[in-house]
Design a protein around this ligand. Structure first.
Ligand code: OTD
Ligand code: ZN
Ligand code: ZN
Length: 345
């Protein structure tokens, strides 16, 4: 196969930031994607319906000329979130999901949830109206090893929440372990998972062996090779519970390359080329369509995009090593392999 056409993909987990950074990264997503679920971890976070409306308007105002792209908004769940505000935001169509960050788990997650009993009424409302909860699935307990935080989260937090709140629809975001893949497989139709581009490509050796590579440092941190293989198997399996959420998370190089560098991989620019390469290597190119274009809308109850994208295989494609912003460069994720698939239409 040297050419594939699929419904225009969606990105079910994207960081667009704000201001100059947003203006620089937005075209990298609108080029190939029809919709993206926009993460609310701004500073300060997007907590209320009014803030989500204003943020959506800033995104729409920054859209490149001629772009056909729909940002799907989320609210950042705090212990103060009011069920009524959330219900109104969902019923008006403003928001597509609510985001749960355990306090302190990742970038800008300080206002997240520490005491899960305090958000129970809100979660019950969400279950009632069918509004999905997108979960950053890592415990923040400092005594738990960083490589174990996802697996421990399932046992200590996620599974108890799902047992207590019947009918709550949950997306386990950016899964990085076989444990999470197995848990999602056993979870029934109310549970799904996003998988990032970079976690399909890197394992923890890529971050740490032969020198430290800050551009591969993200959260949840990449795990052992056996876990990466479990993610590749899940993504390419054709199972509807697994779909693309790039978690493309731009930081200025100056913020990544320092003694305490920021977490995040910026993959918006070359994601489709990388995915085609990964799926082809598994003999699963025909399943890319499910992963990138169909399973996400299926879970969220939205139509599959009618537009199409075509990828063609040829000589290796090159992407810029970095994109420019007004404040400096943002390095594009380097998949460490030649990419042969390019989006041609
Ligand atoms: N992970 N970086 C960021 C978010 C994610 O957990 C995430 O969703 C970020 O910079 O916003 C990262 O490594
Ligand atoms: Zn996260
Ligand atoms: Zn993210």
């Amino acid at each position: 196969m040297t050419r594939i056409t699929l419904p225009r993909p969606d990105d079910w987990h994207l960081h667009l930031r704000d201001g100059a950074m947003m203006r620089a990264v937005l075209p990298e997503t609108t080029r190939d994607f029809a919709r993206a679920l926009i993460m609310p971890n701004l500073v300060p976070p997007v907590v209320t319906a009014a803030q989500a409306t204003a943020y959506r308007d800033r995104i729409l105002a920054a859209m490149p000329e001629g772009a056909d792209f729909q940002p799907l908004m989320t609210l950042y769940l705090t212990e103060e979130t009011e069920a009524a505000d959330l219900r109104a935001a969902a019923e008006s169509g403003l928001i597509t999901a609510v985001k749960l960050y355990p306090a302190g788990a990742t970038t800008n997650s300080a206002s997240g949830v520490s005491d899960f009993t305090r958000v129970k009424p809100v979660l019950e409302t969400m279950a009632e109206i069918g509004l999905p909860l997108c979960v950053h699935g890592e415990v923040t307990d400092p005594t738990v090893d960083i490589f174990d935080r996802e697996a421990v989260f399932i046992d200590r937090v996620l599974d108890p929440i799902r047992r207590e709140i019947a009918g709550l629809r949950v997306v386990m975001e950016h899964v990085t372990t076989r444990d999470a893949v197995d848990y999602v497989r056993a979870g029934g139709s109310d549970l799904a998972a996003t998988i990032t581009t970079h976690h399909l490509v890197i394992n923890r050796n890529h971050i740490l062996a032969g020198g430290i590579r800050p551009h591969y440092y993200c959260l949840p941190v990449a795990k052992r090779e056996e876990h990466r293989r479990a993610l590749v198997t899940a993504a390419t399996s054709g199972e509807a519970a697994f779909f693309l959420g790039t978690d493309s998370a731009p930081h200025l190089d100056s913020a990544k390359l320092m003694p305490c560098g920021c977490a995040g991989c910026f993959t918006a620019t070359n994601t489709l080329s990388i995915l085609a390469e990964v799926f082809e290597a598994e003999g699963a190119l025909e399943r890319l369509e499910g992963f990138a274009s169909r399973h996400g809308p299926g879970f969220y109850g939205l139509p599959v995009n009618e537009d199409r994208v075509t990828l063609e295989k040829g000589e290796p494609v090159s992407y810029p090593a970095a994109i420019a912003t007004e404040d400096g460069p943002v390095t594009v994720f380097d998949p460490m392999m030649p990419l042969h698939w390019r989006v041609v239409a």
